[in-house]
Design a protein around this ligand. Structure first.
Ligand SMILES: Cc1cc2nc3c(=O)[nH]c(=O)nc-3n(C[C@H](O)[C@H](O)[C@H](O)COP(=O)(O)OP(=O)(O)OC[C@H]3O[C@@H](n4cnc5c(N)ncnc54)[C@H](O)[C@@H]3O)c2cc1C
Length: 311
C-alpha cells in the first residue's frame, strides 16, 4: 500500500519525523532508517497517531528504550512509534498501598530510583533492567526475584482506532516474558499503574543491591540488548550456549559475550545482519549439541520472517 505522508493537520503535536536513523534509539546501536517516526509526547498526540495509522489501514512498530529489539539495516516503510517522549510519574497513597501512575515512556530505572528513595517496595527485582515502563510491561520484564506483572495494578492503552482502554490486573494474563495485552502490535501502552507497599529505606536499598549482585556475570558496559534467547523450561539458555561452545564466537561486528553466552555484543561497525547470523549459528549449535530448540527473547523490527525461520 502506498503510504500517504501525514500532513500537519493530522497531528495536534509536531510528532512526525521523516527518514530518521534508528540505531541511536537502541542499546545495540544497530538499525536502519525509518521512513516515518512518530514521537508523541502527550496522550492526545498518541491518539492522533494511532487514529491516523488505523484510518490508513497501516501496521506499525513500537519502540521504547530499544533495549530488547533488533531493527533491520534496511529502510523501514512501516511507521515506527517511539514512546520515550511520554514520561512522568505520580504517586498516591491509599490505605498504606502506594500506587505509582507512570507514563509508558518513563524509564524503569527512574521509577525504581523514586521507589528506593521513598522506601517503597515491590520493584527491587527490576534493578539493572534498562528500558521503559511500556516495554517492561509488554514483555513482562523480570529476573530471578520477580517480574513486572506481579506489581501491575492496571494498564491504560491506546488502540489502533484511537480509543483509550483501561485494563485492571485481573483482566491481564502474564507469562514468561509476555503480557496478554501486547501479544500483537495493535495497541500502545500509554500508562501503567504499579502497586507497591511501604517498607524501610534500608530494606529496599538492600534488596536492590542483592538484585544487582545477581547480574555480576552479565556484560555491563558493552552494547547489548539483554538475553537473546528465552530460557527453555527448567534450564538456562546461557548455560546451553556456553556448553555448546558459543562464547566468544564472532560474525562481523557482533560477538557472543565472553562473560555470559546469552548476550551478543556490538564490538564496532556491527549490523543487524551480523547479529542475526551469529544468533542463528548459536541456535543451531545448541540444537546440534543438545537437541534443544532455543526461542528468541529479542523482538524484531523489519526482520520477523528471517528471525523466526526454522534453522
Ligand atoms: C544490559 C541489559 C540487561 C537486561 N536485563 C534484562 C532482565 O534482567 N530481564 C528482562 O526481562 N529484560 C532484560 N533486558 C531486556 C530489556 O531491557 C527489557 O526487555 C525491557 O523491558 C525492554 O524495554 P524497552 O522499553 O527497551 O522496550 P523495546 O526494546 O523498545 O521494545 C521491546 C518490545 O516492547 C514493545 N513495547 C515497547 N513499548 C511499548 C508500549 N508503550 N506499549 C506496548 N508495547 C511496547 C515493543 O513493541 C517491543 O516488542 C536487558 C537489556 C539489557 C540491554
Amino acid at each position: 500500500m502506498e503510504m500517504r505522508k501525514p500532513s500537519a493537520r493530522d497531528f495536534p503535536g509536531l510528532c512526525a519525523r521523516y527518514n530518521v536513523k534508528l540505531s541511536p534509539y537502541t542499546t545495540w546501536n544497530v538499525g536502519g532508517v525509518s521512513k516515518i517516526l512518530f514521537t508523541p509526547f502527550k496522550r492526545a498526540d498518541l491518539i492522533a497517531v494511532m487514529k491516523w495509522i488505523g484510518d490508513n489501514g497501516m501496521n506499525f512498530y513500537l519502540l521504547g528504550g530499544g533495549s530488547n529489539v533488533l531493527i533491520t539495516d534496511d529502510v523501514l516503510e512501516t511507521p515506527v512509534v517511539l514512546t520515550t517522549g511520554m514520561t512522568g510519574i505520580s504517586a498516591r497513597l491509599e490505605s498504606g498501598v502506594v500506587f505509582l501512575d507512570c507514563l509508558a515512556g518513563t524509564s524503569l530505572k527512574e521509577v525504581l530510583s523514586l521507589s528506593v528513595k521513598n522506601g517503597w517496595s515491590g520493584l527491587e527485582f527490576a534493578a539493572g533492567i534498562p528500558g521503559t515502563v511500556g516495554g517492561a510491561t509488554a514483555g513482562n520484564a523480570g529476573a530471578v526475584r520477580g517480574s513486572i506483572g506481579s506489581v501491575v495494578e492496571s494498564v491504560t492503552a491506546v488502540e489502533r482506532d484511537g480509543s483509550v482502554v483501561k485494563w485492571n490486573a485481573s483482566e491481564i494474563t502474564w507469562d514468561y516474558r509476555s503480557c496478554s495485552l501486547f501479544e500483537k502490535t495493535d495497541r500502545v501502552a500509554h500508562s501503567v499503574t504499579f502497586r507497591l507497599h511501604r517498607s524501610e529505606l534500608g530494606k529496599v536499598a538492600y534488596s536492590v543491591k542483592a538484585a544487582m549482585e545477581d547480574r555480576k556475570t552479565q556484560p555491563s558496559v558493552s552494547r547489548t540488548a539483554g538475553c537473546v534467547f528465552r530460557n527453555p523450561s527448567g534450564d538456562s539458555a546461557g548455560r546451553l550456549l556456553d556448553a555448546a561452545g558459543c562464547k566468544g564466537m564472532r560474525v562481523g561486528g557482533a560477538r557472543v559475550s565472553a562473560s555470559h553466552a546469552n548476550f551478543i555484543e556490538n564490538i564496532g561497525e556491527c549490523t543487524a545482519r551480523d547479529i542475526l547470523s551469529l544468533a542463528l549459528a548459536c541456535k543451531k549449535m545448541v540444537q546440534d549439541a543438545f537437541g534443544t530448540l532455543l526461542r528468541f527473547e529479542i523482538k524484531t523490527i523489519g526482520i520477523e520472517d528471517v528471525w523466526n525461520a526454522p534453522i
